[in-house]
Design a protein around this ligand. Sequence first.
Ligand SMILES: CC(C)(COP(=O)(O)OP(=O)(O)OC[C@H]1O[C@@H](n2cnc3c(N)ncnc32)[C@H](O)[C@@H]1OP(=O)(O)O)[C@@H](O)C(=O)NCCC(=O)NCCS
Length: 261
Amino acid sequence: MEIIDLNEKYLSTYFVCLEDWSDEIKEGGNHKESWFEHMKDKGLRVKLAVDGEKACGMIHYVPIEHSFAEGKDAYFVHCVWVHGYKKGVGNYQKRGVGKALLRAAEEDAKMMGAKGLAAWGISMPFFMRASWFKKQGYKKVDKAGMQILLWKPFAEDAVAPKWIREKKRPQKKEGKVTVLAFLNGWCPAMNMTFERAKRAAREFGDQVEFQDIRTIDRATFLDWGIADAVFIDGKPVRTGPPPSYDKIKKKIAKRVKKLKS
Ligand SMILES: CC(C)(COP(=O)(O)OP(=O)(O)OC[C@H]1O[C@@H](n2cnc3c(N)ncnc32)[C@H](O)[C@@H]1OP(=O)(O)O)[C@@H](O)C(=O)NCCC(=O)NCCS
């Protein structure tokens, strides 16, 4: 197994987070590809773990000023993922691949003059666990709900980052059900949720208004302080792990029924 920089050969597999075999991930559309096109000139770094020809792990990180955290002279890890399913390239987790990817990202960030590496993890024991980063020497420096901001400084004068917090919340509109979906593009799971919400909202015709907010535009993200989310009549829908299409549709249907009564 070796760690390489992303290259043309692996682009399409990177866009689906190494899950070429999954039909579900395709529901996320081409948003990650668009995000990549936008971010590649803004300092996005992507590394892959490859075993022979097989890509079995990935890590991507961006200069912190293009992330969801506020900081200086640092990079932010959006995601580390080691393929964990039997399908496709198979399960590569718990064999040191994640550790090797994170170490490569740290070395790379240091080489580019960064004073630290930040990462997001969640406090629950699933998805991108904060506990895993803690084991790798990262400290919790901020928290917003379940989202933990982790940090490893490389220099004594490194300044710990903070989350950019939600600044305003979508409001409910009278006489209509509103589905408001925020999309950044970096994560196929979030992109999938966005597309499911859009598709479900359309099923209800004029009774439901669907609005999308594209947070790949930095000013838009900073205006809201929300990167990826779905709100139905101003209420957030739990999006991690991605809710099924039926679940989202049921939630909308409930609001439509209330509208009529
Ligand atoms: C978390 C993850 C990146 C770790 O990579 P990995 O290759 O499986 O882990 P490694 O073999 O490198 O493990 C390194 C260490 O972490 C420990 N570890 C592994 N999985 C862990 C977990 N889920 N929680 C806490 N510690 C864990 C290992 O025991 C090992 O400990 P050691 O250093 O004492 O030996 C990987 O399991 C993964 O991708 N999980 C899913 C994360 C996810 O959903 N990412 C997408 C979110 S955008």
